[in-house]
Design a protein around this ligand. Structure first.
Ligand SMILES: *Cc1c(COP(=O)(O)O)cnc(C)c1O
Length: 463
């Protein structure tokens, strides 16, 4: 044992390796020294516990290499989405367009007129940068953006309904993943939830009968991630707006996804667009920036000027404020909607949803022929027709007809293969069905195909 312990390298020795110097230049000296020290200590323990008896040097070398490459890895990292779920909340929802990314980089790397009016040389407002675009696209009187849609609903209720009762249908008391629950948001906003109707049916008179001197708002929530089917009745935005007018109460509609394009153009089932809901008379409409809009995480509030003005003045808005990088990406994304053809060409999630069967089959053929060339008899690879989803709590019943690849490894189990792909330096997220590993190509960009193939091969070549 003494011999083994004596053969452990010194930290300084390892530090002089060419390979180590490379790491130092990338992550700095301190973390590298720490990683080497820990690696040597852990091998020393193994020797002391008689778990290691041979080749100390190569054991230390392997351990150091592993901890150093961990150092280079970021916790938040890129993955390849092979799930076919276009707006996968756990995988970061919408990917941004090239133009939006360019704007983020420009604004983040430099000073900007974020809150500076270049004309008057005076203090300006960060909200002006997207206000006109939002007004044009949704035909609303005014607009405001905050951190996310949960914040948008909170701000709208806190500003317009605090201290009184906001009336909601029992069929619309939704929960969205990540603990957004309408009853809880209402409580936090300081208003009282007044439920009316039943789970499947709510009538206009249910709302009208519940109105009293304490009522402050009427709330309508889009049941974006579930559908109640069968014997059902929901009051339309038009009817709620007429009721709101009659009693002078604001009608707030939480629309969730924020469809801008007619969903029929993407072969999706009917979903009201933001402009439609505004035209139907809703006073305030809120929606997310990173769902069907295809932009950055943000909460967008559009509607009547008198109400939006109050929200802008609410001190809570300061805590929910949108960041400059988000604003830069949002402005670029919204600009693309001024020309729908441009939106179809440039916004990644719109492009993915618009992909045709023919295009997907072509991609699958291309990836499969390359994979088969590399894998020989190490795995069986075939083309499969798959069903994807929109995701992100949008259009829960819609299935997208998709194509992809099925891989069955011959030298390891499918679950072993799947976990190796997840642990890869560029993780690929797919799914296992009927003992096959499946990748849906709708959510893989053509520019990612090379990288996808490299990761899919790595578990077989033991790199
Ligand atoms: C997604 C969703 C939310 C939450 O939006 P975030 O932007 O994730 O905060 C709220 N309400 C509805 C109806 C939704 O679909």
């Amino acid at each position: 044992m003494q011999d083994l312990l004596r053969s452990l390298p010194k930290v300084d020795e390892v530090l002089n390796d060419e390979e180590t110097k490379e790491y130092i230049s990338q992550v700095g000296r301190e973390p590298v020294v720490e990683a080497i020290r820990q690696a040597i200590d852990s091998i020393r323990q193994e020797i002391v516990n008689e778990k290691l008896s041979i080749d100390v040097r190569s054991a230390v070398k392997a351990k150091i290499k592993a901890s150093l490459s961990d150092l280079e890895r970021f916790s938040l990292q890129r993955v390849i989405n092979g799930t076919g779920i276009v707006l996968h909340t756990n995988l970061g929802r919408a990917r941004l367009s090239a133009e939006a990314i360019e704007r983020v980089v420009e604004v983040a790397a430099n000073y900007s007129n974020l809150e500076y009016d270049l004309e008057s040389a005076a203090r300006g407002s960060r909200y002006v940068h997207v206000e006109d675009l939002l007004k044009k696209i949704t035909k609303a009187e005014d607009a405001l953006v905050v951190n996310n849609n949960a914040a948008a609903v909170l701000l709208a209720l806190n500003t317009l309904a605090k201290g009184g009762e906001a009336i909601v249908s029992r069929g619309q008391l939704i929960e969205i993943g990540g603990s957004f629950r309408i009853p809880d948001v209402m409580e936090q906003s300081g208003c009282i939830l007044k439920e009316v109707g039943t789970t499947n049916k709510t009538h206009l008179e249910d709302y009208e009968n519940a109105i009293n001197e304490n009522t402050t708002a009427l709330l309508r929530v889009h049941t974006s991630n579930y559908k109640i089917l069968g014997f059902t009745k929901e009051v339309s935005t038009e009817d709620m707006s007429a009721l709101g007018l009659k009693y002078n109460l604001p009608v707030i509609e939480d629309l969730g996804s924020g469809m801008i394009i007619n969903p029929a153009k993407l072969n999706l089932s009917y979903e009201p667009t933001v402009a439609e809901v505004i035209a139907q008379g809703a006073d305030i409409v809120t929606f997310s920036g990173d769902k069907l809009l295809g932009g950055p995480q943000a909460g967008i509030i559009v509607g009547k000027k008198e109400y939006i003005e109050l929200m802008k003045k609410n001190h809570l808005n300061r805590a929910l404020r949108i960041d400059k990088m988000t604003l830069a990406a949002l402005e670029a994304t919204l600009k693309q909607y001024l020309d729908l053809e441009k939106a179809f060409r440039s916004i990644p999630i719109i492009k993915m949803l618009a992909l045709t069967k023919k295009e997907l089959v072509e991609r699958a053929d291309r990836v499969i022929s390359q994979l088969m060339g590399e894998l020989d008899d190490k795995a069986d690879v075939s083309k499969v027709s798959l069903q994807g989803q929109v995701g992100g709590g949008a259009l829960p019943l819609d299935k997208t007809d998709s194509f992809g690849i099925a891989i069955v490894p011959n030298c390891m189990s499918v679950s072993e293969y799947e976990s190796k792909l997840r642990a890869d330096k560029l993780p690929v997220i797919g799914r296992i069905e009927d003992n096959q590993f499946l990748i849906d190509l709708r959510t893989v960009d053509p520019e990612e195909e090379e990288l996808l193939i490299e990761t899919l091969i790595r578990p077989f070549v033991g790199e």
